[in-house]
Design a binder for this molecule. Structure first.
Ligand code: DC
Length: 347
């Protein structure tokens, strides 16, 4: 029996709606990983500090790239946890200060780009529940399952109040204070210039105002199961495309340099953006995986997606755009040949 493969399940929504608890429970019910992207913003907020906002683009990018995120199990078969540079991301990020710094750095486009890139890498080819503000709209626009949780601000404030009261950490805050805080964060998240909080057009919107946690979880589980999972064995019905371009030895040296590696990565991103644009234009979903590499004296881009309407167009758009973007970097105007394969993908 094939292991269940759900792909990426996105879970977005405003502060205090209960996303984290739900996303964690959903991941555990389905036996897949949970990716808390707020924790990534909190970690960089704490590590880079408020000064991050004063760095120029290049220095900020370099500082962000010094932190590598991974999902690793602490014990054999255990639930994967978020690590940063090999260290477990722990309770230190759950403070008010970390939340404020996260919110500050989350407005910086370069930092967002860098975190989004590592979020996509973590989701690539795996099943996970990705929780945040821009998962369905920006990071995983082709995710198979998308959810947006919402609830009236008063309900969210009351839940937060009861939670803090139970933990004994109200610190004199009244319900009105908490409601004001929630409304301020809503305005900040929804009004942000980059990647504002909003539901993806194809997200299932769940209003949790009058539901308890189990009620919401049942709705989501039902929706995921109704759509079915993608069994790994079904890779036999994937659609693959490969594009190749030959180049000179000089170009090869360039590609193996640091700039070359960055050009390969940005070509890969261009390719995925092209595939996503095609998907968005035609209102279809389906994730595309894309790799770009140097193989001998050739550039090879491989794209894979599930079989389905326009699958061929999607993967071809991905590989052709990726190689065209690299050909620009090489200044050689290399000829690109692309081919499509409906069936099992070779290496
Ligand atoms: O969900 P949280 O409170 O841990 O998120 C911390 C901050 O990070 C919050 O201000 C919103 C921001 N964030 C974001 O901009 N995009 C995400 N995908 C996740 C969080």
């Amino acid at each position: 029996m094939a292991e269940s493969f759900y792909g990426v399940i996105t879970m977005d929504g405003p502060a205090g709606v209960g996303k984290s608890t739900l996303a964690r429970r959903l991941a555990s019910e389905l036996g897949i990983a949970y990716l808390d992207t707020g924790a990534m913003y909190r970690t960089l907020g704490l590590r880079l500090g408020a000064g991050a906002a004063d760095l120029d683009e290049e220095r900020l990018r370099a500082r962000c790239r010094a932190y590598r995120f991974s999902l690793e199990s602490c014990s054999e078969g255990g639930t994967p946890q978020l690590f940063c540079n090999g260290e477990l991301v722990g309770a230190e990020i759950r403070t008010e200060r970390a939340g404020r710094l996260a919110s500050l750095v989350a407005r910086l486009p370069v930092l967002r780009e860098e975190l989004q890139r590592s979020q996509r890498a973590l989701g690539e080819g795996s099943s996970l529940v990705a929780e945040g503000r821009d998962m369905g709209t920006k990071v995983f626009p082709l995710a198979r399952h998308k959810f947006f949780l919402d609830a009236r601000p008063e309900v969210r404030a009351q839940r937060r109040y009861l939670e803090l009261e139970a933990k004994g950490t109200l610190n004199g805050a009244t319900m009105e204070d908490i409601l004001r805080g929630i409304e301020e964060r809503d305005a900040q998240d929804r009004g942000r210039a980059v990647d504002p909080l909003r539901p993806a057009a194809d997200a299932v919107i769940v209003d949790t105002s009058d539901l308890d946690l189990d009620g919401v979880l049942q709705i989501i589980l039902h929706a995921v199961r109704a759509k079915g999972n993608i069994e790994k064995e079904k890779s036999a019905s994937t659609v693959c495309a490969r594009a190749c371009a030959a180049f000179s030895m000089a170009a090869r040296d360039g590609l193996l340099s640091k700039e070359g590696a960055a050009a390969l990565e940005s070509a890969r991103e261009d390719g995925l953006a092209a595939a996503r644009a095609v998907a968005a234009r035609h209102g279809i979903s389906g994730d595309v995986r894309l790799t770009c590499r140097v193989d001998g004296d050739s550039l090879v881009a491989d794209a894979v997606t599930e079989n389905g309407p326009l699958a061929g167009t999607l993967v071809l758009a991905a590989v052709q755009t990726a190689l065209a973007s690299l050909a620009d970097f090489l200044f050689e105007g290399a000829d690109i040949c692309a081919s499509l394969d409906r069936g099992r993908c070779g290496n």
